[in-house]
Write a protein that binds this ligand. Sequence first.
Ligand SMILES: C[S@@+](CC[C@H](N)C(=O)[O-])C[C@H]1O[C@@H](n2cnc3c(N)ncnc32)[C@H](O)[C@@H]1O
Length: 480
Amino acid sequence: MLKYKQLSFLDEPVVTVEDDWTFNGASTRELTHCYHDYPARMIPQVASKLIEMYGENAKLLFDPYCGSGTSLVEGMLRGIDVIGTDLNPLARLIAEAEVTFPDLFTLDNSIKQFNDFVLRSQPIKLDKPPVINGISNIEFWFKPLVIEKLLRLKVFIDTIEDDAVRLFFKVAFSETIRESSNTRNDEFKLYRYEQSKLKIFNPNVFYIMFSKLKRNRLGLEKYVEKMLELKDFPEAKVYGFNSVEEMPSEVFGKRLADIVVTSPPYGDSHTTVAYGQYSRLSAAWLGLEEPDKIDRKLMGGQSLKKIPVFPSDSLNETINIIRQKDHKRAQEVASFYSELQQSITKVAKVIKHGGYACYVVGNRKVKGTVLPTDVVIRDFFSVEGFEYITTHHRLIPNKRMPLRNSPTNASGVLDDTMTQEYIVVMRKGFGNIAADRKLGYRVSARKKKGKITPRKVKSARDMKKKKGIIYKQMRKRKKI
Ligand SMILES: C[S@@+](CC[C@H](N)C(=O)[O-])C[C@H]1O[C@@H](n2cnc3c(N)ncnc32)[C@H](O)[C@@H]1O
């Protein structure tokens, strides 16, 4: 049995881990999870285990920071309707692709056409480099031969008529862009290769694209096969609203989430875990909105002038320590937690009584002080009437970005706090069912058993229709 002392320095008990959350050696790129890399991705095994443990009979899963859509894919695999949101348009594109089922026959036709195109298409003559909004110096990031090939690919993808197939190609194109750019591929931030590497760097753009399509096609096929085992086909929706602000009313309607499975940002999007920087080149080529402004929009992207008092002694204490060393850094930290608290207030409202919030977090360091995000999440949810269930600990075997980045941003210095993850599980109390009913939510609570029966949202006809489409795809696939 493993025993890890909680790194938050506060009065929390030592948490004993009896079950393994490390999943050392497990493949994290199965099914549509293989489509695209993403900074600080949750591993599917964690999402899956959380849903298994806390999502029994769940009908709706919500991820307020869905990133590449890991928990959405896992929710769907269990027949649960899923809703995700993310402010980063590239994250939304990936998440949407991962939960979309293009017709396999149509997809295979497009892949065949792509192969013909690679053999037959002629180079485009470029007098000057093309203008790609969001990349000011395109030749700094891409070699001329690469630019020409990416342009041809883009033209090809734009001719694909089927929306789901085009989305599938766009995701493969996005990774192709990153891999054929001059940016170091083992980093999430944008760092250009050094001259010696650049001299010998000659990526085969079409081959990269082809291998992404092939890999993703296999992942999709396996996902479709698994989905066919389900009795009812679930629904997935990916939005771009800010989870710090009030949830748009049309998103949930009168439904409430049974379970939230999420990993919020670390609060250092503009420095260390730069989602926007990671996405910028692809987002620009794909014509997504404001590719160079993402990181500032994300939680904690703007600094607060006045540091508030939080309903968390641990947090107030920590911010005070940082303030004594660096007032500006303390303001930045406070702004992140202020938005996290606002977000938790909003998320709490859309979880039904008896429902669970599972937050996967890392406790990063600022100015040598550990930010006890796990305890803070617990405190913030407690204010909203949630009961603390447990904190699962996870050693991260090979988390790419945080391991490589230091608390001081000095390259090569490791932050040992980031080699662990905390999975905080909170449960919404049963106190206010009457209030929910007043608001119009359909909650028929069986309080004693701790279960709430959600309303049925889709008509049987809708379900049949959806399943029919998938079956049709499979039949066609088998004929190939
Ligand atoms: C740790 S990542 C989520 C990774 C995801 N679980 C996955 O497996 O890919 C956090 C995400 O939160 C998003 N984000 C940050 N602030 C946000 C906000 N205010 N509203 C919605 N999404 C936000 C970021 O764009 C990023 O994709």
